[in-house]
Design a protein around this ligand. Structure first.
Ligand SMILES: [Zn+2]
Length: 321
């Protein structure tokens, strides 16, 4: 948690220093509005209070507006930029409310309070070149024990063709990446030791294959597999018995309807070759990264391919013997 705290401050600082939209020609660019689907931040920029200013950045985080709401037994605290246009801020708040409600409705216990941070800009966008400085390089990120930072990029309606294949991408639902991060949060809450250990762990090949069938993103490491499976389960997707067994073994969050099985984690650890492959910070692995490199199946993964597998799989809520 100390490490997560340091990372959070570090990321917040980078976002403060580099986030914004900078019009290097200082000219009126009416066609910039057309870029709003891919760069939602440009909508904030065009609505900035001082139109003579060729750039717009985040407000001082100490001035953040706190929006509170109760969803189930969870108090949701949202910290938003007071200078963000109201309609954009509302959309972002609705995405959070939808995500938390879905997790709640799926029967999961959510830590309270749960905090969400919504910087107006999480990257630097330069006009007219559209050169992007990635000060943070994430769409959404969880910091233990209860903080989630969200990029305004989640408002985009245009998905880049090189976006990594993930459950969220397949669902084409803007709340899904938030559900994914809540998955990390609940994983940490339910099995903090397992969650921390898994940052230094890689899936053995047979399990990597099982995880890859949830999504390519899920095959990256055990924690991403858990968060991806959690997202699929929350959205009532179907997963295979192998995926469910692996999810449980790794300490994946269980809903009130699913009895915990505390011994199963030991079984996996003893039976498989979980080796330490790399040492990196918890936050570095937990972030959901935007498009990096080319992933061949990303564009082809339509929701239909998710459904097509359904006939040979079963729901996660099956009865255990
Ligand atoms: Zn993740």
């Amino acid at each position: 948690m100390e490490q997560a705290d340091v990372l959070f401050s570090e990321h917040m600082e980078n976002i403060q220093q580099q986030g914004g939209v900078f019009d290097e020609e200082g000219s009126h660019r009416p066609h910039a509005a057309a870029l709003g689907d891919e760069f939602p931040e440009i909508r904030s920029f065009l609505a900035r209070s001082d139109k003579n200013n060729p750039y717009d950045t985040n407000s001082d985080p100490r001035m953040a507006v706190k929006i509170s709401m109760n969803i189930g037994a969870t108090q949701v605290e949202i910290y938003a930029d007071p200078a963000e246009p109201a309609n954009l801020q509302e959309q972002r708040v609705m995405q959070i409310a939808d995500a938390v409600s879905r997790v709640h409705d799926a029967g999961f216990k959510i830590p309270s309070p749960m905090q969400f941070y919504l910087p107006k800009y999480t990257r630097g966008i330069h006009l007219p070149s559209l050169k992007v400085d990635n000060s943070w390089n994430s769409l959404a990120e969880f910091y233990a024990p209860n903080r989630i930072m969200l990029s305004p990029e989640l408002l985009r309606t245009f998905i880049p063709p090189n976006a990594p294949d993930s459950v969220a991408l397949r669902l084409k639902n803007a709340s899904a990446p938030i559900v994914h991060e809540i998955g990390h949060c609940l994983h940490f809450a339910q099995a903090p030791e397992s969650y921390s250990d898994l940052f230094h762990t890689r899936l053995a090949r047979q399990y990597e294959r099982t995880a890859g069938e949830v999504s390519e993103y899920g095959a990256r490491n055990p924690n991403e597999f858990v968060a991806e499976t959690f997202t699929a389960v929350t959205f009532k997707g179907v997963i295979t018995r192998d995926q469910w067994n692996l999810y449980q073994a790794l300490g994946g969050p269980l809903s009130a309807r699913q009895a915990p099985t505390p011994t199963i984690g030991r079984t996996l650890a003893q039976n498989s070759n979980l080796s330490v492959v790399e040492h990196r910070t918890a936050g570095a692995a937990a972030r959901m990264q935007p498009a990096v490199g080319r992933l061949p199946d990303a564009a082809a993964s339509a929701p239909s391919s998710w459904n097509r597998r359904n006939h040979e799989v079963e729901r996660p809520h099956f009865r255990r013997k």
